[in-house]
Design a protein around this ligand. Structure first.
Ligand code: SF4
Length: 80
């Protein structure tokens, strides 16, 4: 299982993640930030987290890796 994590507070709303991985990421234009679809806020860290089940295909993980690599402020990470 992998976990996708975003520090939403630091998002500058560039849109790269939503462009590269729209299945998982969407822009909230009013807030000027990207949101990880279906993610839950971790109350301890304030970050948003989404667990990907073990059967999740590498394609889905790869597109999140692309989003992480492209994020100009480095706030998307993937933990395994
Ligand atoms: S790539 Fe990073 S800074 Fe840009 S919208 Fe996505 S989370 Fe925000």
């Amino acid at each position: 299982m992998a976990k996708i994590i975003q520090n939403n507070d630091e998002c500058i709303g560039c849109g790269s993640c939503a462009m590269l991985c729209p299945k998982f990421w969407e822009m909230d234009c009013e807030k000027g930030k990207a949101f990880l679809k279906g993610a839950q806020k971790n109350k301890a860290t304030g970050e948003y987290e989404l667990d990907l089940p073990a059967q999740t295909g590498t394609k889905n993980i790869d597109c999140n890796k692309d989003a992480s690599d492209a994020c100009p402020v480095g706030i998307i990470r993937i933990e395994k």
